[in-house]
Design a binder for this molecule. Sequence first.
Ligand SMILES: O=C(O)CCC(=O)C(=O)O
Ligand SMILES: [Fe+2]
Length: 234
Amino acid sequence: CQNVSCSADYKNYQIFGGCTPTQHCRRCVKDGLVSQEEVAALRRLLVNGMKYGGSSGGASILDLHSGALSKGKQFINIYKSLEPEEISEIFTKNDVAVYRDVKNRIHNSIVDEFGLNGEKLYLTNPTFFSRMNSTPAQTQHDEYWHSHVDKIQYGSFDYTSLLYLSTHGSDFHGGEFVFDGRGKVVEPREGRVSFFTSGSENPHHVNRVTSGERFAVTISFTCDPRKAIQDPMV
Ligand SMILES: O=C(O)CCC(=O)C(=O)O
Ligand SMILES: [Fe+2]
């Protein structure tokens, strides 16, 4: 991991002991936390979900918690617009168990790396699968290449994690993850997990994908129990 000085962003929110990053801000990359079989299951889930939707531009998301799925220029809620049989074509109980296990492992890794109290770090919204490709943007949601700070963009985030389900240089070109400033790059590769504190100490963007398809999962954590979300139900 690489240490960075924490920004003052967290002071604009309530501070939660044993969780809020006020002293230790960093960026970590871990390989080997997630197995090839798990990656394959999650990637299949994402590809299956996209059969029922997909953005008309270059960025599509599927959020199993809220049910949001990109479709054309908008979003549908899979739990409202799809039949139960269609939902079961997207994911099985086993796939959801894989998702939960992987998420818990990443949670534990963040807790260890930052010395947190595990009971005080919660999953938050939005947590979602993403597919990015080189299709020209149709709406702002497709413009994934802009620099941003997750805590400012999404509010509740304190720790952001990213799980990559495809590999830069073989499944797709472009699409590197870049921390702005000194331009430190994380090359997406299958099973790689990157996590970092979500404040202004870690502004970042994704380079435009020039060919192929980039699959990832954004898994977000908060220290605020009021912002906690539950595992998806099946
Ligand atoms: O997919 C990525 O590598 C980064 C996505 C991202 O920055 C975000 O979801 O906030
Ligand atoms: Fe981000």
